[in-house]
Design a protein around this ligand. Sequence first.
Ligand code: SF4
Length: 164
Amino acid sequence: MNYMKIIPCDIANGEGVRVTIFVSGCNHHCPGCQNPTTWDAAAGNPFVEDTMQELLDLLRPDYIRGLTFSGGDPLFIQNRLIVGYICERVRKEFGYTKDIWTWTGYEWDQIKDWDHLHYIDMLVDGPYVEAERDISLPWAGSRNQRVIDVKKSLEKGEVVLWQK
Ligand code: SF4
């Protein structure tokens, strides 16, 4: 997996102060996408063990609430193995004292069987749809996208929206 950048102290991609990684690779190609340079899976830099260590070190301070995956599509097929590995390492290091958010262009039904989904706390699903654009939404860009409480959804077997 390649990634474009890491923001060490981010307040725009999830609750609280977060570490955000923008991964490369997306095959949704939504018209109006704000990050088309991330579509190419070969763009950016390879995610290597040093990058993993960098992420863990950035997550360590108490004021960092958690990790966010953005992109690109973190759940682009070629990214899932490494994104799952990162989630495992974060849980191993910090347990559930840090939360994990991710965006994806897939809808819930398309990714609900991914075997690492249980590591994620919150997931914003679905492609960006220009006709549904709404800048008043806190985490989504268009009204079709849902902010999903992953644990509750997996427990219930249906989408449960995240409640503040
Ligand atoms: S899923 Fe996200 S990154 Fe991919 S094309 Fe759509 S808006 Fe852009």
